[in-house]
Design a protein around this ligand. Structure first.
Ligand SMILES: [Zn+2]
Length: 141
């Protein structure tokens, strides 16, 4: 019997597996895992919802609109994770400036949301998904 290579990483339960398969491939994996974990725990939310707020326009990865809680899943490289970010050895100036701009944009996004009364929760992609979803659940309850 030929062993098929799974098209998607193994998940902890059939529910999570079908949840992950229903997401677009373009979604980053930590984000999909977190959405599935939250969904499994019964939380309902909007994904990639554009919010037009007083001070600007933002698009949280996960939004709990009634509770005004916005969640972002930040990639360790793109958002300069203090534990994992290492500037590339080539084109260092370019990357340093680019990542610094991302970090600046993150701060501006946080300010826009806070100004409109939203709570912002940022999750690093390296964070354990169950710990991250528990952190969000705590904020929601
Ligand atoms: Zn990290």
């Amino acid at each position: 019997m030929a062993i098929a290579v799974p098209a998607w990483p193994q998940s902890s339960s059939p529910g999570v597996r079908s949840c992950m398969q229903s997401n677009r491939r373009a979604d980053t994996r930590p984000e999909v895992l977190l959405r599935c974990a939250l969904h499994r725990e019964g939380w309902r939310f909007r994904k990639d919802l554009r919010l037009d707020l007083a001070d600007g326009r933002v698009r949280p990865d996960i939004a709990f609109t009634k509770r005004k809680i916005a969640v972002f899943v930040d990639g360790c490289f793109w958002h300069a994770c203090p534990a994992h970010f290492v500037p590339p050895k080539s084109n260092t100036d370019y990357w340093t400036a680019k990542i610094a701009r991302n970090v600046e944009r993150d701060r501006a996004t946080n300010a826009v949301l806070a100004g409109a009364g939203w709570l912002v929760i940022r999750i690093w992609e390296h964070e354990d998904v169950s710990v991250a979803s528990a952190r969000i659940g705590l904020a929601l309850s």
